[in-house]
Design a binder for this molecule. Structure first.
Ligand code: EPZ
Length: 419
């Protein structure tokens, strides 16, 4: 198992290019199943989760080729296996995103139930309810979702709880369904809009993405597409927080302030000086005086749950007290007990973590438990005195492309070790 060794106390200074968004690329890759024509994608991040999705698509018969300019070319003309097996789905829950496309184009799918993960039970009942509402026959048997449909029918489906991948699955089901589908209480994340842009590029008839009401009129066939995936807003926020906690200065390129306004406003409240342009964001924290900031996670455009662990680390050494409320997932504070080992003063009561800033954290061996928790531990280690060893770093490789290389570019002392 690989570990990261970080010698803390160095200011992050420099420039980093932000990669393509994992949580946009995953549904867009799944959507390649909807057409028999060539799909060409740019700015797909090189991440373990992306590799898993590609392996899954190839197991179904999708041809996938990375060309020398790192463009990803796919063709689903010869899909002959409509199954997403447990051994792949258990490593990457977002595999559930092939369910909608398979039922929509082929009228049949057998997808392993994703099961829970470190941060929560992660049920997919809303995905199933939506497809049933569109006329799919679905049974859940032996740990698999078995779905069949002659032709999905457009429907008005209201999500009783906002679900990002749930919205994405129903969107992908609706683009080839008969008639009009209206999705209400839809997720509004930028990744939803990116998927909609990609589907429109393929010839889908979609409007209202980015609002709570999405209207889709089914078409008979979809074409190919040539598309560039949006920037990763969580990677962007992670490097901004890492720079803030170390009192550094950073310029992030290939990203956009519009993707994470709630995060930028919290960083300004914490004392960071932030400027932004068409495709860049800069943060300067060299004048110091980091102030603790309270927040409460909520669906977009609220404060993102995927940035909660990073701000837990920031608040642990910021001046003052803060209250951090996690409203999306039931078990997303596992990084806090690891931060305690580094000297953080954070008390958890239910879904609220209350922090009191300490002067400094001290290095300790810690363990990553999930993707964004590991980002929080890296941020804490960058600020801590001494050498922190973070174990189970495979979690970080799921969502952060070339993480030690980008940190080294910023002056961090970080290395990957095999244990
Ligand atoms: C997406 O997960 C993201 N993953 C997550 O990012 C992100 O944390 C989450 O949205 C919230 O923004 C991808 O996009 C691949 P949800 P998703 O369905 O779609 C409940 C990361 O770090 N719910 O919006 O699985 C659910 O339990 C990952 O990159 C149901 O009850 O999240 C949760 O409490 C972590 N039934 C809430 O809704 C359902 O059928 C929101 O979940 C579906 C969801």
């Amino acid at each position: 198992m690989q570990k990261l060794k970080i010698s803390g106390g160095k200011k992050l200074v420099g420039e980093v290019k932000i990669s393509g968004a994992k949580n946009a690329a995953l549904p867009i890759l799944a959507a390649s199943l909807l057409s028999e024509k060539n799909i060409s994608l740019n700015n797909v991040p090189q991440l373990n989760d992306i590799a898993t999705m590609i392996t899954l698509l190839q197991s179904m018969g999708v041809e996938v080729v990375f060309d020398d300019t790192m463009r990803l070319n796919l063709n689903a003309r010869n899909v002959d296996r409509l199954i997403a097996p447990y051994d792949l789905v258990k490593t990457m829950r977002a595999s559930i995103l092939v369910l909608g496309p398979l039922v929509s184009r082929f009228g049949s799918a057998e997808v392993s139930l994703p099961g829970g993960c470190a941060i929560g039970a992660r049920p997919v009942n809303l995905h199933i309810d939506g497809l049933r509402a569109m006329g799919a026959q679905i049974e859940v048997q032996d740990g698999y979702i078995k779905a069949s449909a002659t032709k999905l029918q457009g429907v008005h489906f209201n999500f009783k709880e906002i679900s990002v991948t749930g919205t994405e699955n129903i969107m992908m089901a609706a683009v080839l369904a008969e008639g009009e589908t209206i999705i209400t209480n839809a997720a509004r994340e930028p990744e939803i809009v990116d998927l909609a842009n990609f589907l429109r590029n393929m010839g889908a008839n979609i409007e209202g993405d980015g609002t709570h009401k999405i209207i889709i009129n089914g078409v008979n066939k979809l074409n190919g597409a040539d598309y560039r995936v949006m920037p990763d807003r969580v990677e962007t926020g992670t490097y901004l927080v890492a720079t803030a906690i170390t009192g550094g200065k950073i310029l992030l390129k290939n990203t956009s302030e519009n993707l994470l306004e709630s995060v930028l406003s919290k960083l300004r409240e914490a004392g960071a000086e932030i400027e932004a342009g068409e495709d860049w964001i800069s943060l300067d924290m060299q004048r110091g005086n980091l102030k603790a900031v309270s927040f409460s996670t909520s669906p977009y455009p609220g404060f993102p749950t995927d940035m909660q662990a990073q701000f837990c680390a920031l608040n642990s050494v910021a001046n003052g007290e803060a209250e951090m409320v996690e409203n999306i997932f039931e078990n997303r504070f596992q990084h806090v007990v690891e931060l305690h080992r580094m000297g953080a003063d954070i008390q958890i009561k239910g879904n609220i973590a209350s922090s009191k800033g300490v002067d400094s954290l001290t290095a300790a061996p810690v363990m990553a438990t999930d993707l964004r928790a590991s980002a929080g531990l890296i941020i804490a280690a960058l600020a801590a005195e001494g050498d922190t060893i973070i174990d189970r770093i495979y979690h970080i490789d799921r969502g952060y492309e070339r993480v030690e290389e980008k940190l080294q570019q910023l002056g961090a002392s970080v290395s990957r070790e095999n244990s």
